[in-house]
Write a protein that binds this ligand. Sequence first.
Ligand code: SF4
Ligand code: ZN
Length: 333
Amino acid sequence: MREERQAPDKTSPVTVWKEDDMIDGQRVRAMVVILRTKGCWWAKKGGCTMCGYNVESLDDLTSDDLRSQISKAALKYEGERMVKVYTSGSFLDENEMPSDVRDVLFETFAKADKVLFESRPEFITEEMLAKLPKGRCVVALGLETESDDVRSKCIRKGFRRADIEKAAENLKAAGIPIRTYLILKPPFLTEKQAMDDTIRSIAFASSFSDSISINPLNVQSGTVVEDMWRRGDLRPPWLWSLVETLREGKRLTSVRVMSAPSGGATARGAHNCGKCDRKVLDAVERFSFSQNLDDLEGLDCECRVRWRAEVDLQGVMRTTVDMSRHIEDEPEL
Ligand code: SF4
Ligand SMILES: [Zn+2]
C-alpha cells in the first residue's frame, strides 16, 4: 500500500530543541526553534545546490499560523538565555516573517538575552535594522565562502561577497553581533580545495564577525548535492578535514570559530571511518566552546592515513568523486 504523506501542521513549528551556545564568552543554554514559513524566495528560483530546507515551507501559510507556531514553541521555553530561530530562509524577509509576527516573537521570548536568526543580505538594510529591538539580536550571515567563484559556481547562492560586506557594515553600524556561516566542502571542490577555501574564508570573515560557524556539507533530500552523492560524485568532508580546517583557521583569528556538524558521523554528513567519529566530534564540540587548540590534539585513528592519501590522490587525479565508493565497493545508499 502506498504510504500517505501527512499534510504538515501549519500551526506547529517544524521542531524545537535545546542546546548550548555562547553569549559574550559565556556558555549558556539555547532554545532552537525551526519555524515553518513560506520559505526562502531564492529557493523558489532553484536555490542553493545543497539546500533542502524548502521542503518544510508552505505557500499558503498565514500570519496567524506563524503566531500559533510561536505560542506552541513558547510552551517549551524554560528561560534559556538564547533563542535561535530558523525559518528555512530569511527572518528579515517581510514575505516570510511579517514585521508584526517578528514583534510577537521578540515579545514572547522577552526573557532571552539574545535572539539569533538568519537572513540573506538583501534584507539587512538600515531601515529594517532600525525596527529590531536594541541589544537583543544576533544575525547569522550565510557567507559560505569568501570566493565569489565558489559561491556562484559550486553553491549558486545568488549574492556576492560585496553584498555580505554591505550587510555586515549595516549590522556593525546598528551594533548587532554577526555570526558568519561558512560551508566546508561544497560540491565540485576536492577535499584539499575545500579546506583551503574555508581557511581563507575564516581569515576573511574575521574582520566583521563576532563568531564563525563552520558547516560541513550535509546531504539534504531533493537537492543537487543529493543527486551527486547518490552517484558517488561527491563525499561529505572527512571529520579529519574539519579538524584540520578548525586548527589552521583558528590560528589566523581571535574570533570564536565553532562547528556543530549536522548529520555528523553519518553517510550524509561529515564522517570518518565510523570507529573514531564520536571521539572526533566530541573534540570538535569541546574546542567550539573552549577555543583551545589543545582540544584538537592527540586525535588519531587508522583511517587518518586513508584520509591523507585521498586528499593527495584527489589532487593528482583532479577529481572530486568519492574515491572510496568507487574503489572499495561501499554499500548502496
Ligand atoms: S541555503 Fe539559504 S539562501 Fe540558499 S536556498 Fe537555502 S535558505 Fe535560501
Ligand atoms: Zn577512524
